[in-house]
Design a protein around this ligand. Structure first.
Ligand SMILES: C[S@@+](CC[C@H](N)C(=O)[O-])C[C@H]1O[C@@H](n2cnc3c(N)ncnc32)[C@H](O)[C@@H]1O
Length: 390
């Protein structure tokens, strides 16, 4: 089977974690870009990546690479590929694109040209042309065109992999599933210690922690991927891969996963989401103020994602909560590594502890930080931590 470059897209800030994931799965890392990492493999490998990756968004398999100065050249080059062997004539095709070419005023025109080239070619070869439109639930082709460089990808994911399918009840400002997985991986949590998640909202962090702790593949939760709509996709291998990863999953986690929120509706939603994800049996949910969240003595990680507001009034309203988090960390969380995920540098300062690390992430376009605090046993380090100026 043909090997090609595979580009896995992800939000900015996530490539270092995606690289770790790829290396762990035995894939080489070819290049890292601002919002993606490339590797190489076959379409079967792309299928495996869709099943296993926790932090990637879309798995794009390179079908063509060429130079094109204008739309006619694009049409010619795309028409030259045997699309009738990839996309069913009675199927449905969606073209997505990222276009920056001086001859193209509207990127939709480039997508249209690319679509016409593909469906015309299929019509000529098979006597029937596939339908096309914006839905990403069947065949998806992605066109990347920068200056005169074109790469045409088969998007093997279709709907982004962040849509795991378990979050039936979103609440407030939920974190995207892939971002939550990246945050959990950044804490180094692997299921052997306790994972404490006060202010859990709809439960995304705790659910992703549970999936990681159980070594359960996130792709098992989804029944549809775009690769399933490619001609000749390896259905037998897919079912074998699914069986293999299902069998390899752990039955339970050694550490405890505790998720709490002061809002009973949030806990209700989080429980339902965890049940849909099949991990409710390993998460202990309760309604309480974050300060009353149980903290087992054996230590572990405590991760909070408080609201961070965007307007000045909201920020002022939230200051006290951040100060309380800092005090709680100092007074109650010895033996833990503390994490605060926030999009507000002003509020982050109110925690008044010096972070050991500050990792950049992006949540709905807002630059956020995952701040890590050492809260060692014996409080030596905690006492030594300098209070930061307001
Ligand atoms: C930004 S949301 C968390 C979103 C979550 N990461 C998710 O993916 O759904 C913040 C949560 O903190 C909760 N909260 C605010 N103040 C709290 C407090 N003092 N104690 C406990 N929970 C609190 C809110 O009810 C809200 O659900």
């Amino acid at each position: 089977m043909r090997k090609s470059t595979i580009l896995i897209t992800c939000p900015k800030g996530i490539p270092p974690l995606l690289k770790q994931e790829l290396a762990g799965l035995g894939f080489p890392v070819l290049t890292e870009v601002i919002a993606g990492v490339s590797t190489e493999g076959t379409l079967d490998d792309a299928m495996r990546l869709n099943l296993l990756l926790r932090t990637g968004h879309r798995v794009l398999f390179v079908l063509q690479e060429f130079r094109a100065n204008d739309a006619d050249a694009l049409f010619r080059e795309v028409s030259a590929s045997a699309w009738e062997d990839v996309i069913p004539a009675d199927g449905y095709l969606c073209i997505t694109s990222s276009v920056e070419n001086p001859s193209i005023k509207d990127p939709r025109f480039a997508s249209l040209k690319c679509k016409d080239a593909i469906v015309d070619r299929i019509a000529k070869a098979r006597g029937k042309r596939p339908d096309s439109g914006p839905e990403r639930d069947r065949s998806v082709v992605h066109l990347y065109w920068k200056d005169d460089r074109c790469v045409v990808y088969l998007d093997t994911s279709g709907e982004p992999l962040s849509r795991r399918g378990y979050r039936k009840i979103p609440l407030g400002a939920p974190m995207q599933e892939t971002l939550a997985a990246a945050v959990v991986l950044a804490t180094g949590w692997d299921g052997s210690r306790n994972f404490i998640n006060p202010m859990c909202g709809s439960g995304t962090l705790a659910i992703e922690a549970a999936l990681i702790g159980l070594d359960r593949a996130p792709g098992l939760l989804r029944s549809n991927f775009a690769f399933m709509h490619a001609l000749g996709w390896n259905e037998a291998l897919w079912s074998e891969l699914r069986d293999r990863v299902k069998k390899g999953a752990r039955k339970g986690v050694v550490g405890r996963i505790i998720a709490t929120d002061s809002n009973p509706d949030a806990i209700e939603a989080a429980k339902k989401n965890a049940a849909t994800a099949g991990v409710e049996h390993v998460i202990e949910f309760s309604v309480c103020d974050f300060k009353d969240t149980p903290l087992p003595e054996s230590g572990g990680v405590i991760v909070l994602n408080p609201e961070y507001g965007e307007r000045m009034g909201e920020i002022a309203r939230l200051e006290a909560a951040y100060k309380d988090i800092g005090n709680h960390f100092k007074q109650r969380c010895r033996g833990y590594t503390g994490y605060v995920f926030t999009g507000s540098p002003v509020l982050a300062k109110k925690v008044s502890l010096k972070p050991k690390r500050s990792l950049p992430f992006f949540n709905s376009g807002i630059e956020c930080r995952l701040l890590e605090y050492d809260l060692y046993e014996g409080s030596k380090k905690v006492k030594k931590q300098k209070a930061l100026p307001d």
